[in-house]
Design a protein around this ligand. Structure first.
Ligand code: 13P
Length: 250
């Protein structure tokens, strides 16, 4: 049985005051009987502050990016060990903004995935097609290639130690959500692809949906059999909205 994971990707938003406000808004409304796991991924410089604000509440903590390198002269980079050291359990790798704006290749993303696992972090592998790729009918080729870069490096067992987040690029920050049927179709195909390497990995790997998810559409998306949670951008910056999504997840 896969546990539902509701993750907030705060991207490069907020400052000390607004981040305190957001985190206390989330903490105050959390309920201990929810079955879903709640994860927040603040900007790197605020992770330690958020860790303190979480206190004894059950909220998991993640970063939005990590270096593929272990340590050394890599100005501006943050290592996986550093993230573990300050209390992260998760890290996003290969978010579409990193792939498109910072030129991260499938191979680099796979190296980051490996670095995260080595440091004891759970990587969330973000994958997804552009609008052009969808219209060309190459969605599944694209996402399979993004997944296979990790399988080629670490095997299916390595991949299965992380989480997959399917985020169609055309749905990110656009207000255009994939329909539940569109999302389910890709999620099921991803699971089928994993099954070709290992049935139990396919059954156990959490596959999140991301892209304009909000309280109003979460219920239908989360009701799909192969959607195991959400990776939420804009709507995770409003405590009430984020909490409403967590409530839907139960
Ligand atoms: P939005 O929810 O703002 O569309 O962003 C999704 C996303 O990129 C989460 O990683």
């Amino acid at each position: 049985m896969r546990r539902t994971l509701i993750a907030g990707n705060w991207k490069m938003h907020g400052q000390m005051n607004s981040i305190r406000e957001l985190m206390s808004g989330i903490s105050e409304q959390l309920q201990s009987d929810w079955r879903c796991e709640v994860l927040v991924c603040p900007p790197a410089v605020y992770i330690s502050t958020v860790k303190q604000l979480i206190g004894d509440k059950t909220v998991s903590l993640g970063a939005q990016n990590v270096s593929e390198q272990v340590q050394g002269a890599f100005t501006g980079e943050v290592s996986a060990d550093m993230l573990t050291d300050i209390g992260c359990q998760y890290v996003l790798v290969g978010h579409s903004e990193r792939r498109s704006l910072y030129g991260e290749s499938d191979e680099l993303v796979a190296d980051k995935f490996a670095a995260a696992l080595k440091a004891g972090l759970k990587p969330v592998l973000c994958i997804g097609e552009t609008l052009e790729q969808r219209e060309n009918g190459t969605t599944m080729n694209v996402v399979k290639q993004q997944i296979d870069a990790v399988i080629n490096l670490l095997g299916i067992d390595g991949l299965a130690k992380g989480v997959i987040a399917y985020e169609p690029v055309w749905a990110i920050g656009t207000g255009v959500t994939a329909s539940p049927e569109q999302a389910q179709e890709v999620h099921a195909a991803i699971r089928e692809h994993l099954k070709q390497s290992c049935t139990s990995a396919a059954q156990n790997t959490q596959i999140l949906y991301g892209g304009s998810m909000k309280a109003a559409n979460a219920e239908q998306l989360l009701a799909q059999p192969d959607i195991d949670g959400g990776l939420i951008g804009g709507a995770s910056l409003k405590a009430d909205e984020f909490i409403a999504i967590c409530k839907v997840a139960g």
